[in-house]
Design a protein around this ligand. Sequence first.
Ligand SMILES: C[S@@+](CC[C@H](N)C(=O)[O-])C[C@H]1O[C@@H](n2cnc3c(N)ncnc32)[C@H](O)[C@@H]1O
Length: 242
Amino acid sequence: MSLDTRLTAEQTSAYSAVIQRRISHEPAAYITGHKEFYGLEFQVARPVLIPRPETELLVEKAIELATTVFTHSCLIADVGTGCGAVAIALGTNLFHAKLYAIDVCGAALEIARSNCHRHGVSDRVTLLQGDLLDPLPEPVHLIIANLPYVRNSELVKLSPEISRFEPLLALSGGADGLEVMERLVSQAERNLLPGGVILLEIGHDQGQAACELARKHLPKSKISITTDLGGLDRVVSILTSC
Ligand SMILES: C[S@@+](CC[C@H](N)C(=O)[O-])C[C@H]1O[C@@H](n2cnc3c(N)ncnc32)[C@H](O)[C@@H]1O
């Protein structure tokens, strides 16, 4: 639009610095400081994972349950909230829901706080710092989590954009990738209201193992897997009968 306009020396050097950061593999979202998720703009920075489009499936599943099953009141815990993308997408779409957004990382929660404020959901999203469900003050209808699920052996295979820049705490799921998820499932029963549901994002090759761990800890529950738009296993739904 302004092809005739010459950049000042200051503008040129600022532009070069940004290009240099991208050449060094820094993800564009950390450079610009924001990322779109579920039609909303989120502030992101190095303490938080950049929200991924496949996680929108987790949001869709939660909205489906909240609008068909938990229609009167809906208490939701988003565990491992990061920048708050999942909790805030739910808060802006479900006006009857009250949400708890939990993360072990204080710096991530500060970014989530700013995103809650930006999207006007601070009154319905309570941010809590701590390990998994430990800080939850009351049982909920829905536990929803995109926890770290990369196997330790696979961390080295990640692209430099991920391995050098995104927080290890958001990626590393232990030897089998399911260690954090299994701890969550083992705590879930005492933190769920009767008929409560757990929705977990998983890696594309973790469907069977995730179902087995759910069956081990919640043998009476109904367990199913939903595939993402690429046809890959992505969300495990655990409907408890307690
Ligand atoms: C894969 S990221 C997901 C972030 C966000 N929910 C999203 O989907 O974009 C996982 C998040 O879980 C948090 N986390 C890791 N271990 C945790 C634990 N034991 N308790 C609570 N949060 C944890 C990390 O700090 C990180 O923010």
